[in-house]
Design a protein around this ligand. Structure first.
Ligand code: LMR
Length: 394
């Protein structure tokens, strides 16, 4: 049997992590994988999470199974964090998943089950693993224009022209905030136009929200997702706790299926539980429990929100510093978009030859499509990166 297996293509982001580790240069800079790093290059455990972990260690009395959809308290807390009061709780079926990726995977499984002919429209570019999972599951995907390399912003006219081709039953995958990999995002009026188009065509929106709190703040980052959830009859939402709670390895995410028809709740909830059972049975609980404790305890929550805000503002400051440095070196405003982008990433919009030159010549590691993790920078490395960007002719 095993002789039938072929070598699989390496995941580009994870391969870059390995290449960085092997590079012996002391002054190398890692702008690869989407993991938050502080000025010392460390990925800290957030204070509220550490405190919740201590409390949990004292109080937890069993490690027996939770429900197939995870602890209902986790779903309640996360639905409220992501959706606020945009929709009635009773319209949201929800199940815990192993990370945001698990939620994405379960959503695709649900789509396939509901409509084997559904096509999934994806932004060009999107997170490479969206494409990899769709391909693995044999689901047709159709790219829609998104990034404008000239301006560093969104090509909204191109996006709307491409989305005009969706049909009823197709799914349109959208990044709720902090678009990965570009950092370029729609304005709320543009989201409204997307909603109108989806409702006109009968296509179903699926939102991947993995960076709530990293862009313009916890509430502002959820605004688009809330607009879609309250305006479209059916919505899938894959939420991740990896980044905003800093619990990457705990694999904590939630898949939500929102329906404006209350009669659909029971079947939707049952489907999410069924799919969990088929794929991994019970979802991991440790991270979910910590998130629930943090969200439900006013003191822990206030501390978490304060630390998340420090992280967000720190990344905004780094963006501005990089844009300023590049303005000085290039004598132009052509890198001003870096300060406009939001979230952990920015796409420079240059070709792989320049990305490779930055790696070879300057030890700067960014993903091949010129995505940079802004949190990988600090005040010392910004001048070096800016010089390298100009040096390789960007
Ligand atoms: C990323 O885009 O770098 C992160 O979401 C990590 C991952 O799993 O790819």
């Amino acid at each position: 049997m095993f002789e039938q297996l072929k070598e699989q293509p390496a995941d580009k982001i994870l391969a870059l992590m390995a290449a960085y580790r092997e590079d012996p240069r002391d002054d190398k800079i890692d702008l690869g994988v989407g993991v938050y790093k502080d000025a010392e290059g460390k990925t800290p455990i957030m204070r509220a999470i550490k405190a919740a972990e201590k409390q949990l260690w004292e109080a937890e009395e069993t490690k027996s199974y939770t429900g197939l959809a995870g602890d209902p308290g986790f779903a309640d807390a996360m639905v409220s964090l992501v959706l606020g009061d945009a929709v009635a709780r009773g319209s949201v079926a929800a199940a815990a998943t192993p990370g945001g990726t698990g939620a994405v995977r379960q959503a695709f499984d649900l789509i396939k089950m509901a409509n084997p002919n559904a096509r999934v429209f994806v932004s060009d570019p999107t997170w490479p693993n969206h494409l990899s999972i769709l391909k693995h599951m044999n689901i047709e995907h159709v790219p829609y224009r998104y990034f404008d390399a000239e301006t560093g912003g969104v090509n909204f006219d191109g996006m709307m022209a491409d989305l005009a081709n969706v049909k009823a039953g197709d799914v349109v995958l959208l990044h709720g905030c902090c678009h990965n990999p570009t950092g370029a995002n729609l304005t709320l009026p543009q989201w409204q136009e997307v909603v109108d188009l989806l409702n006109k065509t009968g296509a179903v929106p699926m939102i991947d929200i993995a960076y709530q709190g990293f862009g313009d703040g916890l509430e502002a980052d959820a605004a688009a997702t809330r607009l879609v959830a309250s305006s479209c009859p059916e919505v899938l939402i894959a939420a991740s706790c990896s980044k905003n709670f800093g619990i990457y390895r705990e694999r904590t995410g939630l898949l939500m299926a929102v329906s404006s028809d209350p009669a659909k709740f029971k079947v939707n909830q049952g489907t999410l539980s069924y799919l969990n059972r088929q794929n991994f049975s019970f979802p991991p609980d440790h991270g979910a429990r910590l998130v629930t404790m943090v969200l439900n305890d006013p003191a822990l929550r206030a501390d978490w929100e304060a630390e998340l805000e420090e992280v967000r503002l720190g990344m905004l400051r780094l963006r501005q510093a990089l844009a300023d440095e590049l303005r000085t070196l290039s004598g132009s405003d052509r890198f001003g978009f870096l300060a406009q982008h939001r979230g952990m990433f920015s796409r420079l919009g240059v070709g792989p030859d320049k990305v490779e030159a930055m790696r070879e010549k300057h030890g700067i590691y960014m993903v091949g499509d010129s995505r940079m993790n802004i949190a990988g920078l600090n005040d010392m490395t910004i001048p070096k990166l800016a010089k390298a960007i100009i040096d390789v002719g960007c």
